[in-house]
Design a protein. Structure first.
Length: 265
């Protein structure tokens, strides 16, 4: 279905959310951000949706905040809910469905920050990444200075953010910014394959593992291990013999599909 600046489609249990301002290179206007925030919040509450693919239409994933809109009045600068409990950053972070950022083209500054809100990124071979906050004259608000160094290392993050140089898809793969690079005409298919893999897992177990990864990232290893043990003890007490048998059947069936080439991997 079409939602103005955002297009939402469903492929089974995977929702495809597409930024739909191609003439503006999917610049993040206030209206687009509000719409995207509401859509992610809505999809988070739909049980049949198991994963979300976030991508852009046209030549760009997103070139970041709509600077033309922001330059019109001083009010436009402060009308964004940059952070806080109802911001796009907070809503994406609280989303109960894994988000796969499928970067189809330019992911610049706020557009790169938007991609980094996903659980992980894959990219078309035509994708280009950059952080130009320092050139534009606006400091980051959606995690660039904190998420990017944790993902690619502090010196590479410094290089990106202090020089504002563009980074190719191949270099992004080498640096660990993206997990995979595929041909542009294969990007959405591959993102859907990954979403389908997620959809084939046990939703409660997958959700708890996802939460453990997120919560443990900023903890010392000993504290993160203690948290994992705590979740395990709680989780295993809720697992019956029938649950184990059902899980074995899911794993065996999926393994056979993958071995036969039907797992779309």
């Amino acid at each position: 279905m079409s939602e103005g600046f955002i297009q939402v489609d469903h492929d089974g249990a995977v929702a495809i959310v597409t930024l739909n301002r191609p003439d503006a290179l999917n610049a993040l206007s206030r209206a687009l951000v509000e719409e995207l925030t509401n859509i992610i919040k809505s999809l988070s509450e739909i049980p049949k949706v198991r994963a979300i693919v976030l991508t852009g239409k046209g030549r760009a994933f997103s070139v970041g905040v709509d600077l033309k809109e922001m330059s019109q009045t001083d009010d436009a600068m402060i009308q964004f809910e940059w952070h806080g409990p109802n911001s796009l950053f907070a809503i994406a972070g609280a989303c109960t469905k894994p988000i796969i950022s499928a970067v189809n083209g330019y992911a610049i500054t706020g557009g790169l920050e938007l991609a980094l809100l996903g659980d992980f990124l894959i990219a078309a071979d035509t994708a280009v990444f950059a952080d130009t906050h320092a050139r534009v004259g606006i400091t980051p608000s959606w995690g660039m200075t904190q998420i990017l160094p944790r993902l690619i290392g502090i010196n590479r993050a410094r290089q990106m953010s202090l020089t504002c140089e563009f980074v190719s898809a191949d270099k992004a793969l080498q640096w660990g910014l993206v997990n995979e690079v595929v041909a542009a005409d294969r990007l959405l298919d591959r993102a859907l394959e990954l979403g389908e893999h997620i959809a084939s897992t046990d939703p409660i177990t997958m959700g708890r593992i996802r939460r453990l990864i997120a919560d443990g990232t900023d903890l010392p290893l000993s504290d993160a291990m203690a948290l994992e043990a705590q979740v395990f003890d709680m989780h295993i007490s809720q697992v019956s013999a029938a649950d184990v048998a059902a899980g074995q059947e899911r794993a065996t069936t999926r393994g056979r599909q993958m071995a036969d080439g039907n797992g779309k991997d």
